[in-house]
Ligand binder design. Structure first.
Ligand code: ADP
Ligand code: ZN
Ligand code: ZN
Length: 733
């Protein structure tokens, strides 16, 4: 131990420890502040890290005199303040994940390296104080045009806006600058003030919800439980606007596929403040700019997908999670966090309210609402003149199907099309057919790298594995029996349904919306535009169609393969199926025209379907919670899943067997299940096995995990295999 300062650094890499360093050698340099990035020597190279804390002694194994010094301090002011570091430390310990990777998740890619953050404001030009008249520039028409434009735009114009004006701009600008008539300036983001005429008059239910959120002082979690189309987004807008008017920042998280241009526009128009957007498709530069705008407090509202939870907001006053039941809030690889659960923790640490909104709340959230840990706000009426859709089952057991569609549904589609209405046909499976089979010998096209079948994609003319992405051409004859012309497509995906409906309704546009049809940038927008342009049309799509979109002219939704979810062995499957059915159904009749939903099923007496349709989601979820309690499953138990994978199945199993060899000592009172193979054991050439840990005492689970993982990580076996911990797993695949 020595008396000199010790700097503890979170190095942006998959490392569990903080690392100790000495201050930089030249002591003349700037102040050392926690939260600033530094470059540190690490092994033979240098890495970027964040100063986590500064103390006067080192617990590190090498004595402090052998510690190395920080090579460079990168930031003058901290990027992560005390609250943010506290939050990230909590994340690392709760998810038993390396602090270095948690810090990496929190920083935009460019800031994980040693780069300096760029300007958050766009650069532009404005007129100087020197009085000039554009008329003096009659002989230089380009310069004259620029001056005229800047004259009309006193706060300045961005480079982008000026470039649109004229291709020749740069030299002309430089000449004007030399003459001292224009100068560089920052362009502050333009505010679109909420237009009062667009504001709807809130229903009494909505008003009550907004008032309750407004009245929440300090930490509180509110469940906004409102049927589809009940005006939840309108409640968010009012609550957000109100928080912004008090000088606070607002964070809004939405599921991956719900961040539509339509929703963005609603937020941009609906609040009186600067709106910043964050999602995974943004370029590195744009992401960094958003992050810095939020961090500096320049953005009033941040709307983004799951990873936006890590954006620091110094004036944060409200968090909103839309569609809180959506599993895209859970990161499914690497650092497996739940952005929804973290939002509740963040609100707690920041002592502010958090709103969880959904038409079909997760059972975890409903459980908390029933236990009165969350305030429960209900919207039971559809907004405006819209009425909830009529939902009916079609028993398809004795029916002849074409492309998976029964004649009743075709008849109903025809009725709506004849009235110039729009229709959605929902099928949760992309491609043309999920199976290619030889009808002579029974051979099935399977993936070489996975325990799974290949899907036939007609447009691509390829067999495609949806698990590992490998593709093949169709064999000319059966690889097993050699028969020619014996290969047939079985089952259907969206491509086949699209083909069939185009044949039946040749004069009606059939628009397919799934991951394949929207892969190209801007293609989803184009498809949605096409829908809005048309009167009658048929949309065929996967769950991409299930949320976020408001199609006022849709009056009929047909659901083709609802049974798929009813037969799935996962204990969460009934919950997921109910949520999906209601979300898709919610697309019908969102405006004045009443809507109806037809669900095709071979299990018309299924108790889940019956409760859901006759008594509603709340009754369904209370039944389901009772069953979970009976079976001691989440939310009545807490789980952690150890996932291991390797190219040798036996080695993977042996590792997990070894891992539980000391469970009597290290994991007392913890239920252990496994090792069991994943549902699809082999995926992309890797064999995947699981170990499930469970108890009804969350604290106990984490304590035991800590001790056990610390032991396990030190074992040589643990380094020979890929394995990870998934706390509160939502999908055990
Ligand atoms: P949700 O988010 O619950 O699905 P939205 O907020 O998108 O519902 O509202 C559905 C539709 O109803 C939108 O077109 C919205 O503009 C409209 N709407 C919402 N609240 C009202 C209201 N109080 N009066 C009239 N129309 C409303
Ligand atoms: Zn064959
Ligand atoms: Zn595969």
């Amino acid at each position: 131990m020595s008396n000199s300062l010790i700097i503890r650094v979170a190095v942006a890499a998959p490392l569990f420890n903080l690392f100790d360093y000495l201050p930089p050698d030249d002591t003349s340099t700037q102040e050392l502040l926690p939260g600033c990035r530094v470059r540190v020597p690490f092994g033979r190279s240098k890495r970027t890290g964040v100063i986590w804390e500064i103390c006067d002694h080192s617990d590190a194994a090498p004595p402090s005199h052998s510690l190395k010094a920080i090579a460079e301090i990168l930031d003058k002011t901290p990027l992560l303040d005390e609250y943010e570091r506290h939050f990230l430390s909590w994340c690392a310990s709760y998810y038993h994940h390396p602090i270095g990777e948690v810090v990496s998740a929190a920083l935009p890619t460019r800031l994980r390296q040693s780069r300096q953050p760029g300007p958050t404001l766009e650069q532009g030009w404005k007129l100087t104080e020197n009085t000039i008249s554009p008329d003096d520039f009659r002989s230089a028409p380009v310069q004259q045009r620029i001056l005229k434009s800047l004259h009309d735009c006193k706060q300045g114009m961005s480079d982008k806006q000026l470039r649109i004006l004229d291709g020749e701009i740069p030299p002309a600008l430089r000449r004007l600058q030399q003459k001292g008539v224009i100068e560089r300036c920052d362009i502050t983001p333009k505010l679109t003030p909420p237009s009062s005429d667009k504001r709807v008059i809130l229903s009494p239910e909505q008003q009550r919800a907004v008032a309750t959120i407004h009245a929440a002082s300090g930490f509180s979690t509110l469940l906004l439980d409102g049927i589809t189309g009940s005006g939840k987004t309108e409640v968010y807008l009012h609550a957000a606007d109100e928080a912004i008017s008090r000088g606070r920042q607002v964070m809004v998280l939405v599921p991956e596929i719900a961040l539509t241009p339509q929703l963005l526009r609603r937020f941009q128009r609906g609040v009186d403040g600067v709106v910043a957007i964050s999602h995974s498709a943004l370029s590195g530069g744009d992401r960094e700019r958003t992050w810095m705008q939020a961090h500096k407090g320049e953005a009033d509202l941040l709307i983004g997908t799951r990873s936006a939870i890590f954006t620091p907001m110094p004036r944060l006053g409200l968090i909103i999670i839309d569609e809180e039941h959506d599993i895209s809030f859970k990161q499914q690889q690497g650092f497996r966090y739940s952005a929804r659960d973290l939002a509740v923790m963040k609100a707690k640490q920041s002592n502010i309210p958090v709103v969880l909104g959904s038409a079909t709340p997760s059972l975890e959230t409903l459980h908390n609402a029933l236990k009165e840990r969350y305030q429960w706000l209900k919207l039971r009426q559809r907004a405006g003149k819209a009425k909830p859709p009529q939902i009916g089952l079609v028993d398809i057991r004795a029916q002849r199907l074409r492309a998976g569609i029964c004649s009743d549904l075709v008849k109903s589609i025809r009725e709506e099309i004849d009235r110039d209405h729009q229709v959605i046909v929902f099928l949760n499976r992309r491609g043309y057919a999920p199976q290619l089979t030889c009808h002579a010998c029974g051979w099935i096209a399977e993936c070489r790298h996975c325990d799974a079948r290949m899907t036939w994609h007609q447009k691509l003319q390829r067999l495609w594995c949806h698990h590992c992405g490998s593709q093949h051409v169709k064999p000319e004859k059966c690889p097993d029996c050699g028969a020619t012309e014996s290969l047939i497509y079985q089952g259907q995906g969206t491509e086949r349904v699209e083909e069939y409906l185009s044949e039946v309704f040749p004069s009606t546009p059939v628009i397919r919306i799934d991951r394949d049809s929207t892969r190209r940038k801007g293609s989803l927008e184009k498809a949605l535009h096409q829908v809005n342009q048309n009167d009658a049309c048929i949309m065929v799509g996967t769950q991409m169609l299930a949320k976020g979109h408001d199609f006022p002219r849709v009056t009929l939704v047909g659901i083709l393969n609802a049974d798929q979810g009813l037969l799935n062995p996962d204990f969460r499957s009934p919950e997921r199926t109910a949520q999906l059915l209601l979300q898709v159904s919610g697309r019908a009749g969102r405006a004045e025209k009443p809507g109806r939903v037809l669900i095709q099923t071979r299990h018309p007496h299924n108790p889940l379907l019956k409760t859901l349709l006759h008594k509603g989601y709340e009754a369904f979820s209370r039944d389901e919670l009772e069953q979970r309690q009976h079976a001691q499953l989440p939310p009545f138990a807490h789980q952690a899943l150890i996932r291991a994978e390797g190219t040798d199945s036996k080695q993977v199993q042996e590792f997990l067997q070894f891992a539980i060899s000391r469970s009597p000592q290290l994991l007392p009172h913890i239920e252990l299940w496994g090792p069991t193979p994943a549902l699809i054991e082999r995926k992309a050439g890797y064999f995947r096995w699981h170990l499930l840990l469970q108890t009804n005492n969350r604290q106990l689970l984490h304590q035991r995990l800590d001790a056990w993982l610390e032991w396990l990580r030190q074992q040589p076996q643990a380094r020979r295999i890929r394995w990870s911990v998934d706390v509160d797993p939502v999908e055990i695949l």
